[in-house]
Design a protein around this ligand. Structure first.
Ligand code: ADP
Ligand code: MG
Length: 602
């Protein structure tokens, strides 16, 4: 039902706009494709080697880009997987340990080995953050090189092994170039597909707004594991190609400089882009050739280049090329929600029963953030939760949404206890939330941010997205239409294509609500949604929230604006120092002596 109604809403203008921008985005890739195909016409033999090398590096970097550029993991030792792939392919084809394998089969086996090791090298990322993870990847790079040196019977130790030779038509220099170029093109296509899928958006959400990703039901461990498998596989394939290009490999071919080159290609390319890192890889592969007299200085040049880019254009090459986001936005743009669209967006009310908190308590060290809290949020009603700063409102919301585990008491939905500490699970139970400080992927468009909220409703797998199979395309169309509908409902559809970090604060708040609505929430938890809004916007927010409740959703509204709370809430709970000071209808609370005394200034 929802699909047809969403389709009806899809304005033809937005449709045309989307396809035009898709074509626009493809132009640089098609240009590179043409240049790459025609390259042998211009480039001499030596440039052929450089171009082949750039293709090989890009096969690795394309996968690493999902790890570094999209998921934001500092994986600097990825040369380990190149080494592993190079040795696996070479040793299998050389036949000094096993019967000699055909090179294509050896390459495929290397891909599998690489996938497994990609996962092993990546796993620490699920526990360690930033530099700690970076160090573990470096550790792996060292280990792999040391093993290659020491395991002489297999790897030839310091003497090395011959690389694989791919049979005709790929045996000649240009033949091999086209082989690598073809693989590089396929990797570009696949990673661009992932980038434009719910998986790519989920990765950027993990990078820039991890709590929002979790609240949207995105499982960081499952998604990162998948990406490490893919990244490991293509890195090992790059290794096999690298060995063939070198024709003979020894452990000292795999330097840390190479690893840094891969990493920096992504940084100067721009995080969250495919084109940027692709250009970055080409640039960094070719640069030392132009600066041949300066070879001794190449590391120095990389460092300078990196510094300049990071300081001058933190968004990298991708930001330079992002012309569309340089146009100024209208200065006075009102947010006019359209609550009438909510019925279509939310569908039939889910018969969820009530969300109950009974005797819930949680303290942080000596601070009793909440003590013996009872709360009942009913479908179809707005429940206000008010109280001074530090009274435990956000903590309550965090307990309900699984960010904290209560130390005593129970949180249950329709009589069933909610799983403790399982944040992504809440989204599957259709419990959505917003944050006191909006958690948004700044470098993604408003539309993409909202689409993140619907991640769990996609049906296609990661592989289907890689290959842009029909289910992936159906997911994308469905998520896009639903997100446009959600944006129209909160009054932001005109900003759909704008980078989210260009929005005003109030617009970010409404963007978060739109993202939460993507879950078709049975319960919607809002943490001070009116903070920073103008009086007019607060009025419109109130009408929007009332309509959301009328559609059957139970709304928990944490708020400071007493007027908004008394206007729209069916029930209000007042907290003070983690305890319930009063609970009742707005009329009761308004005339409650202690409450009036403490907050309402009466
Ligand atoms: P409110 O949202 O009502 O302003 P909070 O729920 O954020 O209040 O905080 C309630 C109390 O719990 C405060 O004293 C706060 O300092 C404390 N608190 C909240 N989260 C944490 C935490 N993660 N670690 C330690 N103390 C916390
Ligand atoms: Mg708070």
């Amino acid at each position: 039902m929802m699909d047809t109604s969403a389709a009806r809403l899809r304005p033809s203008r937005a449709g045309v706009h989307a396809s035009a921008s898709t074509i626009g985005a493809a132009v640089p890739f098609l240009t590179l494709l043409l240049v790459g195909v025609a390259f042998p016409l211009f480039g001499g033999g030596y440039w052929g080697v450089i171009a082949t090398r750039a293709c090989v590096y890009w096969v690795l970097v394309s996968g690493l880009n999902l790890v570094v550029g999209f998921a934001g993991q500092i994986a600097i030792g990825w040369v380990a997987l190149l080494t592993l792939g190079a040795y696996t392919t070479s040793v299998l084809t050389a036949g000094n340990v096993t019967p000699a394998f055909p090179p294509y089969l050896a390459l495929a086996i290397a891909a599998v080995v690489g996938a497994v090791f990609g996962l092993i090298i990546g796993l620490p990322a699920l526990r360690l953050r930033t530099f700690y993870f970076a160090i573990t990847t470096l550790g792996f790079a060292t280990i792999v090189t040391q093993v290659a040196l020491a395991w002489q019977s297999v790897t030839g130790g310091g003497v090395g092994v011959p690389g694989p030779i791919f049979p005709a038509p790929f045996a000649s220099q240009w033949g091999f170039y086209y082989f690598c170029f073809g693989l590089a093109a396929i990797c570009t296509w696949m990673t661009a597909n992932v980038a434009a899928s719910r998986f790519g958006r989920a990765l950027t959400a993990i990078r820039d707004a991890e709590v929002a990703a979790e609240a949207s039901g995105i499982s960081k461990s499952a998604l990162l594991s998948t990406v490490f498998l893919f990244s490991g596989a293509v890195a090992a394939i790059a290794g096999g190609l690298f060995a063939a290009l070198q024709s003979y490999i020894t452990p000292d071919a795999f330097t840390l400089d190479l690893s840094i080159l891969f990493f920096i290609s992504i940084l100067i390319g721009g995080r969250g882009s495919v084109l940027g890192p692709l250009l970055g890889t080409i640039l960094l592969t070719a640069l030392p050739e132009f600066a041949a007299p300066l070879v001794a200085w190449s590391t120095f040049l990389y460092a300078v280049l990196l510094l300049v880019i990071v300081l001058a254009i933190p968004g990298g090459i991708a930001e330079i090329l992002d012309f569309k986001n340089r146009r100024p936005l209208e200065s006075d743009r009102a947010i006019i929600p359209r609550p009438d669209l909510l019925a279509r967006l939310l569908g039939a009310p889910a018969n969820a029963g009530a969300l109950m908190l009974e005797h819930v308590a949680l303290s942080f060290g000596g601070v009793h953030a909440i003590e013996d809290l009872d709360l009942e949020i009913r479908p179809g009603q707005v429940h206000g939760l008010i109280g001074p700063n530090g009274s435990g409102k956000t903590t309550t919301l965090n307990v309900i949404s699984g960010f904290y585990a209560q130390q005593r008491g129970a949180v249950s939905l329709n009589g069933t206890a909610l799983p403790v500490f399982n944040r992504p699970q809440r989204a599957h139970m259709r419990i959505a939330r917003t944050f006191q400080t909006p958690r948004i992927v700044g470098s993604a468009s408003v539309l993409q941010n909202v689409m993140i909220g619907g991640t769990i409703d996609g049906e296609g797998t990661f592989v289907e997205s890689l290959l842009s199979l029909p289910r992936h395309r159906r997911d994308e169309a469905m998520l896009r239409d639903t997100a446009m509908l959600a944006l129209a409902a909160v009054g932001l559809e005109r900003l759909a294509a704008v980078r989210a970090d260009r929005l005003q604060h109030s617009e970010l708040r409404f963007t978060e609500i739109a993202r939460a609505l993507m879950l078709r929430p049975a319960f919607l938890l809002l943490d001070e949604p009116a903070a920073g809004l103008s009086a007019e916007e607060i009025g419109r927010l109130g009408a929007l929230l009332l309509t959301i409740a009328r559609a059957g959703t139970g709304v928990l509204l944490v708020e400071h604006h007493a007027d908004l709370v008394f206007d729209i809430c069916h029930h209000v709970t007042v907290l003070n120092l983690g305890k319930v000071l009063a609970a009742g209808t707005p009329a009761e609370i308004r005339s409650h002596r202690e409450v009036v005394h403490a907050y309402l200034g009466g």
